[in-house]
Design a protein around this ligand. Sequence first.
Ligand code: 9PG
Length: 479
Amino acid sequence: MTFTDAGEIQRADQLVVYEHGWQSWSPTATYPAASTSPRPADRAGQVMGYRPDKRLPEEGFQGEGLLAVAPTRGGPVRIWSASDPTREVASIRARSVDGRLVVSADGPVTEVAVDAPGLDAALAAWADGAARACGAGPVGSIPAVWCSWYQYFGGVTAAAVTENLGQARRLDLPIGVFQLDDGFSGDVGDWLSTSDRFGRPLDSVAGEIRAEGHRAGIWTAPLLVGERSRIRAAHPGWLVGGADAGRNWGQHLHVLDVTHPDAAEHLATVFRRLSAWGFDYFKLDFLYAGALPGRRRQDASAIGAYREALRLIRAATGPGATLLGCGAPILPSLGLVDAMRVGPDIAIHHEPLRSGDLSAPSGRGAAMTVRARAFQHGRFWVNDPDCLIARAEMEGREEWAEVVERWGGLRASGDRLATLDAWGLETTRRLLTPSSPRPLVPTSDSGHEPVRGREAQASADPPPETSKPSGSRTRPLIS
Ligand code: 9PG
């Protein structure tokens, strides 16, 4: 991996750096140029939360396919980005050298200078171009969702879904999609069977959701194959050689090789079956696995194979289905998903537990990265900030509701509805609207009406130049 200098800017002490992380959960923020962005605590943290196959520099920054530099006192924003992120995503570094900021990259990048009223507006203008070039959009609207994960986690049961369907009806909540999350399946990779603990087959759950007048949604991690799964035992030849997708669910995770015709057919069959059972909203999780380098059956790049996997899923689910990427490499997904998780998991605790790592579940980590990717909403896809958690045990629930309302696109509820208090219920009801198709961050030349209400506040947000560089190692300027 060789880095070649791509640009240089004087007076690093008067600059801020916007560093864009690789996948949904990767920290993304703006920092004083003389500081250093967060690093994973260990190799496991890097695989799950950062870019697994790229070394990080000791100091400074490494944006994955996107890095911007803005003067603190205003002026043109310089943006370096992968020239064609649907083929190759260069890592883009910035480091201070004798008071200057030196930008370098390990692959093809394009630089633009945008004269915009602030960093967000500049990134929005860049995103308009990237969306056009990669065939992303037009962005539609997605109905409000209920999701089982943030209350029930891996312990979800069919009975819990039934209970919340009943509560949604009694409370007359405007929920369009009921989405079953992780916890139902026999094992990682065996997506069509449910465990005895979950209690019922998937077709019956989908039928019940639809009979209540909702769309049925389901979580899978379609490109993962668990060490213990039946599919791994039956088809060891379907795995990407040498690709390590990390550990979760108490087991080692392999990657499905979609360049193997039988594995590709298997993937399509899984999604055709889920569709036939009535599901038409698919949360596709741990997608970073599909873009890991490794030995594949056919000569395909990691990103090429990843995009082929998403095309297969689209073809199998049909044009009417909603695809939500999660744990997904952001820029390689352009043009292929309807919605994208743009931050790490929300949690009822504000501070991240795993050694303070901002890619781990937390209120602080989610708010930071969701805010930093707001400009992608309505341009690339519907941004998913993650679920609203409105129950009383949620630390800082007012602040998180504000993030979801202001910087999010997709509106989803993550609570057991029966347990909501008056504030929780009122806030859930108010926020559960279909997502707005309108880009969240206006550009100076976007032709949009000057936005009003909460989004007007977004555009009038103080640009980063009003913040004082703190010189801190990990604290972003915009939080
Ligand atoms: C289900 C969940 C939810 C959630 C997703 C994803 O071990 N890990 O590092 C790890 C990271 C994220 C994660 C789970 C584990 O969450 O974002 O919404 O669907 O999977 O397992």
